[in-house]
Design a protein around this ligand. Structure first.
Ligand code: SF4
Ligand code: SF4
Length: 470
């Protein structure tokens, strides 16, 4: 008996997954090739976006990467602006702004991101799927190929496909690593024996393997069961959100066209050809309404428009629309919810810009050297040892000076007289605070240290100085 997909049944679709059959097995989706207005423009957009994505690690601004997400060193470069671990609060703000922007955009325009710009969709539909069509043919040919025994044709086609997929997965794996550790580090890893950079080599292979798994086998499951954005749609969308929608007012009651014109009277525009279902990469029937599985890829719009042209009915039976625009005939974009999100977004942006404008160019962190209290010198001086971390966030080398503001207390930098910081660099060193034992009045003294740049005080740091009272 043929296995049924309960998700295509209007009665049961809300209680089932499109890619799970009624016997619990995976329903492998074979989306039919699509062509049309939206597919054409999505292809153009994908070329631009994939071009930017692959060029990203190579783009340098004043010799530094344009984008870098080095989670290992907690150093991030976003559009040329560098964020150090000390700037975590700025990154949190940036993330908040990103989330509010995503929510605002989703409330107004649904899942446009998923269909047009998400890297998962871009690679799956515009790279891997196209290669699959090229090697194995359209949906029916793929079905037939998978069903046939392992003969020469199947072995050749599958081998070519797996080899090409593996090559592209390797490229994406290397690209991902380049965004994490920089293109120079990736080139260093690939041009050295694996043992020279074992961790980096394992990272490259792991990322490539994950991408191979996702685009060869996991596919739409990434959107359906893994992606948190997709799963949150239900709480973000409302009846005014614009989505890929089936116009049920115009389309129902659906019925195939009959030769006898009288039988077509009182029927909707949907001719129940099921092409919109056949082209869907997530295996759903958009005529059941908005569903979590719909990535707004527009394939069903193109398929349906083609049918409408053939049957001489107006296009747009499936189109970008909101529930309200279909039901009531008008579209409201600036709803109260949208306005509120805009206000929150503007507030967050204002705070972020002012935080960036007042950010220190050089940041300093001072901690006492662990496990040590004080040292007494033969010349009657008492010292405390400290660790100092300086970060030069500017793009120029800087020479700074560390001074104690406490009277009679000196700073002795270990191994260096000057603190010279390269552009965009981190300096880690040690220094002593030195006081004459005769001047010690308390066992533990609060001390203000100041950092000077070109004679101007740029930062003040407080620490403790410990000494014996004699
Ligand atoms: S329902 Fe239409 S827009 Fe949504 S995923 Fe399927 S084909 Fe794409
Ligand atoms: S493609 Fe259009 S006409 Fe055909 S079933 Fe889908 S909605 Fe109806």
């Amino acid at each position: 008996m043929a296995k049924k997909n309960p998700h295509l049944n209007p009665e049961t679709f809300r209680d089932s997954l499109a890619t799970v059959l009624d016997d619990g097995k995976r329903n492998w989706v074979y989306p039919k090739k699509v062509k049309g207005f939206f597919y054409k423009y999505r292809t153009y957009v994908s070329w631009v976006l994939l071009g930017i994505l692959f060029a990203g690690p190579f783009i340098k601004v004043d010799g530094r990467p344009w984008l870098l997400f080095n989670i290992f060193e907690r150093k991030f470069i976003i559009f040329g602006a560098v964020f150090w671990p000390q700037d975590t609060y700025l990154l949190i703000f940036l993330l908040l702004i990103f989330f509010v922007f995503v929510i605002l955009f989703t409330v107004a325009f649904g899942r446009v991101w998923c269909g047009w710009a998400c890297p998962q969709t871009l690679f799956m539909e515009m790279v891997f799927r196209k290669i699959e069509y090229l090697i194995e043919g359209d949906a029916n040919q793929q079905r037939a190929l998978n069903a046939q025994p392992w003969n020469q044709e199947k072995i050749v086609k599958k081998s070519i496909k797996i080899s090409v997929f593996a090559f592209i997965s390797l490229l994406i794996g290397h690209l991902m690593m380049a965004y994490l550790i920089g293109i120079e580090a990736v080139l260093e890893i690939v041009s050295s024996p694996p043992t020279a950079h074992m961790a980096g080599f394992i990272g490259l292979i792991a990322f490539s393997g994950i991408f191979m798994f996702v685009f060869t086998w996991f596919r739409e499951q990434a959107c359906l069961v893994v992606c948190p954005y997709g799963r949150l749609q239900g709480v973000m969308l409302d009846n005014n959100s614009i989505n890929v929608m089936y116009d049920y007012v115009r389309g129902e009651p659906r019925a195939p066209i009959r030769k006898n014109a009288a039988e077509n009277v009182d029927k909707g525009d949907c001719v129940d050809c099921s092409l919109c279902v056949q082209v869907c990469p997530t295996g759903i029937d958009i005529r059941n309404g908005i569903q979590m599985e719909c990535v707004n890829c527009t394939a069903c719009i193109d398929a349906c428009d083609e049918v409408m042209v053939k049957v001489d009915r107006p296009t747009g039976l499936i189109r970008y629309a909101s529930e309200n625009s279909i039901k009531q005939g008008f579209q409201k974009l600036l709803t109260g919810r949208v306005k509120s999100y805009i206000v929150v977004l503007v507030l967050l942006l204002t705070v972020f810009v002012s935080l960036i404008a007042t950010r220190d160019d050089i940041s300093a962190t001072i901690t006492r050297f662990p496990g040590m209290t004080y040292q007494e010198r033969e010349d009657g001086m008492v010292t405390n040892l400290y660790q100092i971390t300086l970060i030069n966030k500017t793009f120029e080398p800087q020479e700074v000076e560390l001074k104690s503001l406490a009277e009679g207390m000196n700073v002795e930098i270990v191994g260096a007289q000057h603190l010279v910081l390269d552009a965009q660099s981190k300096f880690e060193g040690r220094f002593f605070l030195v006081r004459n034992q005769d001047e010690v009045k308390v066992n533990q003294e609060k001390v203000e240290l100041a950092l000077f740049y070109k004679g101007e005080k740029i930062d003040e740091i407080e620490t403790n100085f410990t000494a014996p009272i004699k």
